[in-house]
Every structure is written in C-alpha cells, then in structure tokens.
Design a protein around this ligand. Structure first.
Ligand code: GAL
Length: 392
C-alpha cells in the first residue's frame, strides 16, 4: 500500500521536474487560444469587426487569461488579381489584411486567417488549390500567425496530400504559422495529421445548442463530446483534436450548459477559440471564458486529453491527468433532474484508499479533503469540475 503511494509521489515529482515537452516544430505546445469570427458573424466580417474584437479581447481581460489569436474566418477574400494574388474585399478591409494584422499585433495579439484546400471556400470565395505556395508567401508577408484551412470544393482531392502541400508551403514561407486542419474529421485526421498540422477538426460544425440533431454540417455540444470520447489517445503537445470553436455566450445554451461546454473543451485540451460577440458579452459569460483555473486544465503542459471513466445512464465521470500529478475531473449530468454523483478514486487513477484535496474550479474554492471518493450533487445539464490533488 505504502509503496504504491510512494510510487505516485515519485511520478508526481518527476512530472513536476520534467523539462517542458517539445513536439514537432515547437508551435502550439499547448492548445491555441483566441477568437474566430465565424460562429457569431459568419460572412459579416470587416476590418472594423476584427479591430473591435482585438480591442475587446484586451479590455475584457481575455488576453491576460491567455487568449492570443484573432482569426478572420471565411468571406474576407473576393478574387485573385491577374498575377494570381489573393485579394481581400476592398470595401470591408480598406487597410488590407496587412493593416488589420498590424493592428492586431500592436495589441500584443496574434493574427489568423482562413482559406480552403479546394477551388473555392465553403462560401464560394477563391480557394488555395494550386496557389498554395503563393498564398503561404502572401500570408507570411501580411504577418499571419495562424491558418485555418477548410475542405469545401475539393472533389477528387486527397486530404493527406492537400494538407501536406499547404503545410510544406507554410514552412517554406519562413514564418512560424500554426496550421489548423478543417476537414471535419471526415478522413480521421488524428491517424495521419500529426506533423502536418497542429490541430485538426474532429467533427462537423458545432451548433449553438445542447443536443440538437446530428446532421451533416452541424451538431450540438453533447454529440461533439461523444465523438471526442473515442479519440483521446491522439492528442498531445503540438497536435490537438479540435472539437470546433466555442459557442459560449451565443445565446443557445443556458449558463449551466455554457459552463459544461467550456469545462469539456478544457478537459479535452481543445483549442479554445471563443466565437461570441466579445463587446456584448455579459459578466457571467466573461467569467466563464476567463476562468483561469479551468483554462489551466486546458493548457496543462502534459497535454493529455481527458477521457470518460464512468458511464451510468445520465451520470458520467471524466478525468484528465495533469502534469503535477493531480487529476481534473468532470462530474457530468446529461439528465434533466439534479442528481448525486460519485467519483471513486480508483476510477480516476488514484490510490483507492488515499486522501485527496478537492478544489471546485467553478466555485474557485477548496471543498475539503476526502478519502476514497468524492460525492456531490450536479445540476441538470451541468458539469461540476474539480481538481483532485492527492495528499501524501
Ligand atoms: C465550414 C467550417 C466552419 C466555417 C465555415 C465557413 O466548413 O467547418 O468552421 O469555417 O466552413 O464557410
């Protein structure tokens, strides 16, 4: 019994003392955090919107909480010039993309943009097929730090070849650019995309709803959680499963559901790309998006994606091992009634008879020291998220 406890202690110490994990080209060693225009604004993007989003990231405290990338999604581009250069909408982006990138950088933030591996983007703007090298060079000149690369209008193309082509073009551009693969999980990118991109979408588009229908092009939060459950082994520093951008604060979820959504994205070590109107967000939504203790779970340097360890109808327990030897745990109530939940230590990978300090990451308070298990009530569609810290 004692030796098991000691082994746990030694492991915890080794993990704490271990040098930072390095992977691939050293980019995105923790999941990228930022804001993307699509979920709230779709094609209504403009220079003004992006500048205001950058201002709001700073003013709201989100930058201090770790949000970094400001990403323009689809619809910024209108055509190619006779030399094949991609051209931004001159009315919506009068300063050009470089002007917007400079503004974003002047705030101490990073700048991201969107294109597509096919002939056209999903909104029928010019895609990058056969222009990979030229576009990568243009992005580098503009100061792009992050590229989201979509998969519409790609008839006859192979995902691995197409994404590798752009990945190589980005590398050849000489600028470090995080590469976000977006083929919606259609060819299981977790099996081939490590080393090609830094993150890959694992699912169809997120919808601003809890468990609404699973149809192509859209699914609610709980469906995405279920898909992520099966691929936890494939995430790690520099290569993340991406369950899509956040819908937190977009109006379709209750506060409890918003908190559960954010808790899961953190447990998944998912990219945290806010997708709401930052200028209009309520204090409660701001509190969720800037909860540093939950964000610390997402950004934990060990980079493990959490997994489900207990499934009892509407009652589930999920765990994510952390670099300091503690466990982040979600007690998840899928049901519509409040219910009592138990997280037994052996289920979450702790010595069954041991004691552990439990800290509630939403209450931001220590709950107490418990032996063998933690039991608590969980509201309907709610997630209690705790950090369980073994006591030796
Ligand atoms: C989808 C993508 C969305 C958004 C949209 C833009 O394919 O999954 O996140 O980028 O295209 O048209």
């Amino acid at each position: 019994m004692r030796s098991l406890v000691r082994l746990g202690l030694v492991q915890a110490l080794l993990l704490t003392l271990a040098p930072p994990v390095s992977a691939g080209d050293g980019l995105a060693l923790t999941p990228p955090m930022g804001w993307n225009s699509w979920n709230k604004f779709a094609c209504s993007v403009s220079e003004k919107l992006i500048r205001r989003a950058a201002d709001a990231i700073v003013a709201s405290g989100m930058q201090d909480a770790g949000y970094q990338y400001v990403v323009i999604d689809d619809c910024w581009q209108v055509k190619r010039d006779p030399a094949g250069n991609i051209v931004a909408d001159p009315e919506r982006f009068p300063s050009g993309i470089k002007g917007v990138a400079d503004y974003v950088h002047s705030k101490g933030l990073k700048f991201g943009i969107y294109s597509d591996a096919g002939t056209a983007t999903c909104q029928k703007r010019p895609g990058s097929k056969d222009y990979e090298t030229q576009d990568a060079k243009t992005y580098a000149e503009w100061g792009v730090d992050y590229l989201k690369y979509d998969w519409c209008n790609t008839e006859g193309q192979d995902t691995r070849d197409a994404y590798t082509k752009m990945s190589q073009a980005l590398r050849a551009s000489g600028r470090p650019i995080v590469f976000s693969i977006c083929e919606w999980g259609s060819t299981k990118p977790w099996l081939w995309a490590q080393g090609v991109g830094h993150l890959w979408r694992a699912t169809g588009d997120i919808q601003d709803c809890w468990d609404c229908g699973r149809s192509w092009g859209g699914m609610g939060v709980t469906h995405i959680i279920d898909i992520m459950a099966d691929i936890h082994a494939y995430a790690g520093p520099g290569h993340w499963n991406d369950p899509d951008m956040l819908e937190v604060g977009n109006g379709g979820l209750t506060l409890a559901e918003n908190r559960a959504h954010f808790s899961f994205w953190a447990l998944f070590a998912a990219p945290l790309m806010a997708g709401n109107d930052l200028e209009a967000m309520t204090p409660e939504i701001r509190e969720i998006l800037t909860n540093r203790e939950v964000i610390a779970v997402d950004q934990d340097p060990l980079g493990m994606q959490g997994r489900k360890v207990w499934d009892d109808g509407p009652r589930e327990v999920w765990v994510k091992p952390l670099a300091d030897g503690a466990k982040a745990v979600i007690l998840f109530n899928r049901g519509t009634e409040e219910s009592t939940f138990t997280a037994p230590w052996d289920a979450i990978g702790l010595f069954p008879g041991g004691k552990a300090l439990v800290r509630d990451l939403w209450k931001k308070a220590d709950v107490g020291i418990f032996k063998g298990r933690y039991e608590t009530k969980v509201e309907p569609h709610g997630a209690v998220m705790v950090k369980v810290i073994p006591q030796f």
